[in-house]
Design a protein around this ligand. Structure first.
Ligand code: HEC
Length: 447
């Protein structure tokens, strides 16, 4: 993804924050949509297979209703499936600019698979509708026996085409989703994730846990959405009480079975986040998602056991909020994980800006003065005070001044022999001036 990296420039701290909000928004559009499409496709195919095998008209009708409901129409596929994923690629290219992380590459690969998968899903949907037309023609309007066999043949071939397409769509979407989750996991673990190559990434336990969470959520969300759509929102569409019962049981059971392992999986995921990125906020959103799922269990039970259809709206929104909580949780984890890198980027931006303005910008702040007031109480060149002597720690920053600036602006725990360094609360230019002063003052003595 070199060419994307060449397109982007270092950004100001404010701009980077804005990018994080945009990323949340984009993921909030993409993740629920692609989950429902994937879950709905699998559910529909499964019922179609059952329906064709046992000539069960309820299963066949259910298969059609589910796929029609979850895919809405072609435009929605583009707007919610394709555009957000493209946008996410561009945002990550910007956020991870110059970092040696392959997130953007994996996302691009995921984009290709998801796009093909979505196109095939829509073909499945349409061929389904066409085969339904053929079958109603065959049943109703024709008296000529030859014509009936012709129509039956056409019906059979479109149905086979639909199923074939559906199967390929599942495969492509699955691989696309897996890659997507791999990409997001690399970003959320940033520098603390040692994998080389796609396969090692995809089969790492962190990615597998996240994949299981995604798949489970996909079915819970699909089940809830179908319940909400057909029992609450469009309830008068349903024809027979028998089919209504069928739809209720099929959807609620799907939602229930997949909701059971979710709390456990989410707990596993929380424990797999590197400790230094696991802030209180990350934990809070993780726990919120957990509680919402427990609430979801309750609603599913009410629907399944007591036919309380109005709970299907509660259920659907509870699950949507659980998904949102998880997305925000990942988003905060990504922000934490890339915090230092973001400071490196915004520092480069500040450098660029002051170069453009002429050398004046930084020279006004005296690095020496700042150092004496803010740092000298804890540091000396030769001797250990509260902090380590500069002669031990500065050599690794030679030629990497922006890393030093990043550390000064946002110290992280490094050497277990020392307490953590408190954040000196310097502005970007001040931190730069101090770093410059340090490097220049000790340049000769460091070599
Ligand atoms: C209250 C004491 C204190 C002050 C004030 C302080 N530091 Fe530190 N500094 C520390 C300690 C303690 C460490 C060791 C932290 C660690 O290894 O986790 C440290 C570590 C460092 C390191 C080494 C980082 C590394 O990669 O190993 C640098 C460079 C540094 N400080 C620069 C500064 C500068 C510049 C200032 C002034 C803006 C400053 N410090 C102010 C206590 C302080």
């Amino acid at each position: 993804m070199e060419f994307l990296d060449n397109l982007v420039l270092p950004q100001s701290a404010e701009h980077i924050e804005l990018l994080h909000y945009m990323l949340s928004l984009v993921l909030i559009l993409f993740i629920p949509f692609i989950s429902i499409v994937f879950g709905g496709l699998v559910l529909s195919l499964n019922h179609k297979r059952k329906g064709m095998k046992n000539s069960d008209s309820n299963s066949l009708k259910y298969a059609k209703d589910v796929i029609q409901f979850v895919t809405v129409n072609n435009g929605v596929g583009v707007i919610l499936g394709i555009v957000p994923l493209l946008t996410a690629i561009l945002i990550f290219a910007q956020l991870l600019h110059t970092a040696q992380v392959s997130t953007v590459g994996y996302l691009t690969l995921s984009f290709l698979f998801v796009t093909v998968g979505l196109i095939m899903t829509y073909v499945y949907r349409h061929s389904f509708v066409i085969s339904q037309i053929f079958s109603s023609v065959a049943e109703n309007n024709i008296s000529d026996q030859n014509a009936i066999t012709e129509v039956e043949k056409l019906k059979f071939s479109t149905q086979t085409l639909a199923v074939q397409n559906g199967k390929w769509a599942v495969l492509f979407l699955f691989i696309g989703i897996w890659l997507f989750i791999g990409a997001i996991t690399t970003a959320a673990n940033f520098s603390k994730f040692d994998v080389s190559g796609v396969l090692q990434l995809l089969f790492s336990y962190k990615v597998l846990i996240n994949l299981l969470i995604f798949i489970s959520f996909a079915f819970v969300l699909t089940g809830s959405a179908v319940l909400f759509g057909y029992l609450y929102w469009k309830e008068n569409l349903l024809i027979t009480e028998e089919y209504k019962n069928f739809l209720r049981t099929a959807s609620a059971k799907t939602a229930l079975y997949f909701a059971v392992p979710l709390p456990f999986l989410i707990a596993l995921n929380l424990f797999s986040i590197p400790e230094s990125f696991l802030s209180g906020t990350v934990f809070f959103y993780g726990i919120t998602a957990l509680l919402l799922i427990f609430l979801g269990w309750h609603f599913i039970y009410m629907i399944l056991q007591y036919k309380k259809y109005n709970y299907s709206a509660h259920l659907f929104f509870t699950i949507i909020f659980a998904v949102l909580a998880l997305i925000i949780k990942d988003q905060v984890a990504i922000t934490n994980a890339t915090a230092t890198h973001s400071i490196v980027l915004s520092t480069q931006f500040d450098e660029m800006l002051s170069e453009l303005r002429g050398a004046g910008g930084i020279a006004e702040i005296s690095g020496k003065e700042l150092y004496e007031v803010r740092c000298a109480s804890c540091h000396q060149f030769e001797q250990k005070l509260v902090g380590p002597p500069h002669k031990d720690v500065l050599p690794k920053y030679i030629g990497k001044e922006s890393q030093l600036v990043a550390f000064i602006r946002n110290p992280v725990k490094i050497d277990p022999a020392y307490p953590p360094m408190p954040n000196p609360g310097l502005k970007p230019q001040e931190a730069e001036a101090v770093a410059k002063y340090l490097m220049e003052t000790y340049k000769e003595r460091l070599n």
